[in-house]
Design a protein around this ligand. Structure first.
Ligand code: NAI
Length: 299
């Protein structure tokens, strides 16, 4: 079965280079009309360029349909204007890939709060701005696919990336709320944690590894997550041809006797509280209550 994007309109943010460009090229090759958004700045977000126009031109040159947008995802009005242009030119919006991002790494004690805030603004507020700008169109169409870009840094923690990690777990929280709200309208919302050799990761990946982590190798995972066949509420890790699922789980936990419900009682029971035997993957907030009620309700 070939997965086609014919008839679909896709917005890819930060698509002037790296992973976003790779997504945009393949979406267009498979028939989507693509809005290539990129501010075209440096890795830390400073400056701007015509990166989006160059990728849109690359798509058109290969026979595809594309429009460039140089707006910043941090500016809601600009993202609303982008969505309006996409609807006018292409007649709808079916896919949004929130991919734009910047890095301003520093150990937490040395990080300025301005750098913390700007990273959160681009990744988290940028993803929320774009999702909000397309949301009601997707609801009215009863069809939508939204992909957030998270990171092992947000899901697992990484030195020097408090700002980035906070933003990257934030977008997963956004994805989870939107998947619940969008379910009735066939809006499916997923997250991808890529591993790719781009300017963003060039300091972290040694030369020979960098080459193996070609951004093109992430494309099959990302495009599956925005296809008709997409799951929803998934978090996929993807890099170098390897794909994995990351999950938020909740353990069965322990119901302590009345006289054990003390700080000392919790300390003594911690290993049993954290024991993963019988844990479940959370599908919504209610699962925490459900797990608890299995034991609380037993009395
Ligand atoms: P990249 O730096 O090549 O791509 C990011 C793009 O976003 C750039 O083209 C940049 O101009 C654009 N951008 C930045 N601020 C913007 C704004 N305000 N408005 C519009 N566009 C803006 O880096 P890469 O690696 O392709 O990153 C893509 C996404 O993947 C990012 O969200 C990044 O955090 C994420 N990621 C990448 C990993 C990797 O191994 N390369 C690992 C985990 C996550």
């Amino acid at each position: 079965m070939t997965i086609s994007f014919a008839g679909r309109v896709a917005i890819v943010t930060g698509a002037g280079g790296g992973l976003g460009r790779a997504y945009a090229l393949e979406l267009a090759r498979r028939g989507a009309r693509v809005v290539v958004n990129d501010l075209g700045g440096a890795r830390d977000g400073s400056g701007s360029s015509d990166a989006a126009e160059r990728v849109a031109e690359e798509i058109r040159h290969a026979g595809g349909e594309a429009m460039a947008d140089g707006g910043s995802v941090t500016d809601y009005a600009q993202m609303e204007a982008l969505a309006a242009r996409a609807r006018e030119a292409f007649g709808g919006i079916h896919i949004l890939i929130n991919n734009a991002g910047i890095l301003r790494d520093k150990s937490f004690g040395k990080m300025s709060m301005a750098d913390f805030e700007q990273v959160v603004r681009v990744h988290l507020m940028g993803s929320a701005n774009c999702a909000r700008a397309v949301w009601n169109t997707m609801r009215e169409q009863n069809y939508g696919r939204i992909l957030m870009t998270t990171s092992g840094s947000g899901l697992g923690g990484n030195f020097g990336q408090a700002n980035y990690g906070a933003a990257k777990l934030g977008v997963v929280g956004l994805a989870k709320a939107l998947y619940v709200e969008g379910a009735r309208h066939d809006i499916r919302v997923n997250s991808i944690a890529p591993l790719a050799g781009t300017r963003m990761s060039e300091d972290m990946l040694p030369g020979e590894v960098f080459a193996r982590f070609d951004p093109a190798k992430v494309v099959p995972g990302a495009l599956f997550l925005v296809s008709d066949a997409a799951p929803t509420n998934a978090i996929m890790g993807a890099g170098a041809g390897h794909f994995q699922a990351l999950q938020v789980t909740v353990t069965p936990g322990v119901l302590l006797a009345d006289d054990e419900q003390t700080v000392e009682g919790v300390a003594a029971a911690w290993d049993r509280i954290a024991d993963r035997t019988g844990d479940i993957v959370m599908q919504s907030a209610i699962d925490q209550v459900t797990q608890a009620m299995k034991l609380i309700g037993r009395d």
